[in-house]
Design a protein around this ligand. Structure first.
Ligand SMILES: CC(C)(COP(=O)(O)OP(=O)(O)OC[C@H]1O[C@@H](n2cnc3c(N)ncnc32)[C@H](O)[C@@H]1OP(=O)(O)O)[C@@H](O)C(=O)NCCC(=O)NCCSC(=O)C[C@H](O)C(=O)O
Ligand SMILES: [Mg+2]
Length: 285
């Protein structure tokens, strides 16, 4: 399945309770924003955060950035009211935490109707049910919750994320099979650009569309890592040109830099250039 056209390289969490951060985000180069009512907001502020967020979104100014609202779980005292409020606020998508089964999404859909849904994939049961969750007709995005997953798996932190790979891999397979956007988990050490880059590159290599972020300082690294590189652009152009030349000569295969280029490689090359165009279009919106 091809990735969706909208760039989602950088997906920034903003606590719904923080007016200063909500305001700052209007000028930040994030492809998407997750306005958070869940873990970034204290129980004491849950209700007021809903009102603070509603005011920020009514004021607007977020441009073409995708606006996703993460609500509290429907098993909490805030979840149902969050869901109804998120729909009224005109969210592009509602993100449900700790999705374990498709039934969790059915319950949310019953409250909000046909609003696009996103799922936090962050429990062992959710990972095991990734294929069924990704198949839900309203699901358009999956966000990895690597902190909650690590907690439930009782893993130790490893820079290579080996203990999380089985779960992340299941989500990548499920998301690709059903054409769902795939966003990698956060990198907690928000002052460590080098570590962030390593993790972004790993996520990109795995097929994620982008990374969730917790601080504006992480935007540049993520945007760069999930954009086509100069080398990828250059080889894509040469592959397309070589294949077209081969086709004109009645052949189905070209060779570039000693490697074969077939239809499927050309499809990937065209996707790379389309992504570049979509990113360029963001700056003119
Ligand atoms: C991590 C932070 C608490 C750090 O905050 P702070 O100390 O205020 O940072 P700075 O002083 O460096 O901030 C500089 C300016 O940037 C603004 N800011 C900070 N963070 C954000 C943000 N996320 N979005 C927009 N703007 C932001 C500050 O307001 C400052 O602005 P100004 O004063 O005008 O210069 C903080 O960054 C933070 O709260 N981050 C978000 C944390 C969060 O959302 N956590 C929940 C999501 S992660 C999660 O739940 C993962 C998942 O579920 C899992 O299981 O893994
Ligand atoms: Mg979480």
């Amino acid at each position: 399945m091809p990735s969706i056209a909208r760039p989602l390289r950088s997906v920034l969490y903003i606590p719904g309770s923080k007016p200063r951060a909500l305001d700052k985000a209007r000028g930040l180069p994030a492809d998407a924003i997750i306005f958070d009512l869940e873990d970034a907001v204290t129980p004491e502020e849950k209700t007021s955060a809903r009102a603070t967020l509603a005011e920020a979104l009514a004021t607007g100014g977020y441009g073409s950035r995708m606006k996703i609202i993460r609500i509290n779980g429907l098993d909490t005292e805030w979840g149902a009211d969050d869901a109804k409020a998120a729909k009224e606020m005109g969210a592009d998508a509602i993100l449900l935490p700790k999705v374990n089964t498709p039934a969790d999404l059915h319950a949310l859909a019953a409250l909000v109707g046909d609003v696009p849904l996103w799922a936090m994939m962050e429990t062992p049961l959710g990972m095991l049910n990734a294929a069924a969750i990704a198949a839900h007709s309203q699901l358009q995005g999956m966000v990895m919750g690597t902190n909650d997953l690590a907690k439930d798996l009782q893993t130790r932190f490893r820079a290579d994320r080996l203990p999380l790979m089985a779960g992340l891999g299941l989500c990548v397979l499920a998301g690709k099979a059903h054409g769902v956007a795939l966003i990698d988990g956060v990198y907690n050490a928000f002052k460590d650009d080098e570590g962030l880059k390593v993790e972004c590159d790993q996520g990109r290599d795995m097929g994620f569309d982008g990374k969730t972020l917790i601080h504006p300082a992480q935007l540049e690294v993520a945007n760069a890592a999930f954009s086509p590189s100069e080398a990828e652009i250059e080889i894509a152009r040469r592959q397309i040109a070589a294949f077209e030349e081969a086709e004109a000569a009645g052949q189905g295969v070209a060779v570039v830099d000693g490697k074969i280029v077939e239809n499927l490689h050309v499809a990937t090359a065209r996707e790379t250039l389309a992504k570049l165009d979509a990113i360029a279009a963001l700056s003119t919106e």
